[in-house]
Design a protein around this ligand. Structure first.
Ligand code: HAM
Length: 434
């Protein structure tokens, strides 16, 4: 296939037959977040490269290997956002939202870009739904954020996943842990990959998320972070767990969850698929990042959040065969022949649309037979045929395409009358579904 009619590797088109699924999972996401007090934030697709270098961290895979970075025509280095947190934090700082009443809770559903190795569930352009809560330090905030994700999954009837929970401590206890990691990995320098050897001095924790099988095997036996937590971090982590237990949100403690981004402190978590075909796939993850706002030049603002992968959530829902509401069907298709009938069809279709109904009509001038074939393909529930005779008698036949039943209708108050038929039908179908 010629290059110009092929999407770039790692990107995918969301076609009309699929877009309602995205709309549904994003709508439920934003509605769930709203119930927890989050309001949507929209930030630019690209930011100054330095924001991600400073925010996400210079030794992470994301910054070292996966960013789409380029110079714009003004010579500035800009980067397509690889994730949502840094941009949301930058925007809240820039617009003074963190000096206001805290916590400041923002959420978003948008595309991100990572030059990742494309495979099932891993794209170079992906959609994330994220929430960020700025200015809340106690364990109640961590528990609430995790509860939000659990509530979202429940609203989608998304089952068969687990929440893996960990704490990676504060800078004080992390320092002791990093020394222990450095000691351990120094004994394996000959076996580690080149990138991990570089990470050894700067940030040995990043070796823990290296995708090389050799590094992963060595990392599997490394010291675990929870053995190094200070008293405050331990108490905080226990507080989070106690609240989650009280809310009956089951979590699995996994001291190997350290997350791949540098901004995290204390609580970290991942939502992992347990479906046989997707076992181990991260549907999302997040945690606390108490130092990020300061790192970006703001005041100390303990914060936290999570990001979910919308494509992965859809993969999981499809695999589960969870119910995804079908898009609104075309309620009525108005076939027409002749100029006057076309005008009348246009008037009727517009009246119906003003009533909030999905109405379509022939706009191609093709034969009535071809028009009916098209209506069938659209899945139009009703059809109405307008020709010379119908205009003269002000009467036409309304056909239910599912039952095949036909009834005569007058054209004069058709929009009103059809509205009643349609809403009665919708009510009956709702009752039947119950
Ligand atoms: P992350 O774990 O890097 O965290 O990404 C969050 C989720 O986005 C992943 O668990 C995965 O479901 C999805 N995802 C990431 N990369 C890809 C990809 N290449 N293709 C498809 N899906 C992908 C973050 O990005 C943090 N900003 C989350 C966060 C928000 N932490 C605190 N607040």
């Amino acid at each position: 296939m010629p290059l110009i009619t092929k999407a770039v590797r790692g990107t995918r088109d969301v076609l009309p037959g699929e877009s309602h699924e995205y709309q549904y999972v994003e709508r439920v996401a934003l509605e769930t977040a709203r119930n927890f007090g989050y309001r949507e934030i929209r930030v630019p697709v690209f930011e100054h490269t330095e924001l991600f270098e400073r925010g996400v961290g210079g030794t992470t895979d994301v910054v070292q290997k996966e960013m789409y970075t380029f110079f714009d025509k003004g010579g500035r280095s800009v980067t397509l956002r690889p994730e949502g947190t840094a941009g949301a934090a930058r925007a809240c700082m820039e617009h003074g939202l963190l000096g206001d009443a805290l916590p400041q809770k923002v959420c978003y559903a948008f595309n991100c870009y990572r030059y990742d190795k494309p495979q099932a569930g891993r794209y170079r352009e992906y959609t994330t739904f994220g929430v960020e809560c700025f200015g809340a330090a106690p364990p109640a905030a961590d528990a609430e954020v995790i509860a939000l994700a659990a509530e979202y999954f429940s609203a989608l009837s998304l089952t068969d996943y687990r929440i893996e929970l960990n704490s990676i401590g504060c800078p004080a206890c992390r320092k002791v842990y990093l020394d222990a990691l450095r000691d351990y990995f120094t004994r394996h320098t000959g076996e580690l990959c080149g990138t991990c050897n570089e990470r050894l001095e700067k940030n040995p924790m990043r070796i823990l998320d290296c995708k090389s099988p050799v590094c992963a095997e060595i990392a599997a036996k490394s010291p675990i972070v929870t053995d190094y937590l200070c008293g405050d971090c331990k108490a905080h982590f226990e507080g989070v767990q106690a609240l989650l237990r009280a809310m009956e949100i089951p979590c699995v403690l996994n001291p190997r969850v350290v997350r791949g981004l540098d901004y995290y402190t204390r609580t970290v978590f991942e939502f992992v698929s347990e479906l046989p075909k997707l076992e181990g796939l991260a549907l999302g993850g997040g945690g606390r990042y108490d130092g990020l706002i300061e790192e970006l030049g703001g005041a100390h603002t303990p914060s936290l959040g999570f990001g979910l992968g919308i494509e992965r959530i859809l993969m999981h829902l499809r695999e589960l065969e969870a119910p995804i509401p079908a898009p609104e069907p075309c309620a009525i298709y108005i076939a027409n022949r002749g100029e006057q009938a076309l005008t009348r069809a246009a008037q009727l279709a517009n009246e119906l649309r003003s009533e909030g109904l999905s109405a379509q009509m022939d706009i191609t001038g093709r034969s009535l037979k071809a028009q009916m074939k098209y209506a069938d393909k659209l899945g139009a529930r009703f059809t109405l045929v307008l020709g010379e005779e119908e205009l003269q008698t002000h009467c036409a036949r309304l056909k239910d395409m599912v039952t095949g039943a036909e009834e005569p209708v007058t054209l004069d108050d058709f929009a009103d009358r059809f509205g009643q038929i349609w809403f009665r039908l919708a009510e009956e179908e709702m009752l039947n579904a119950e």
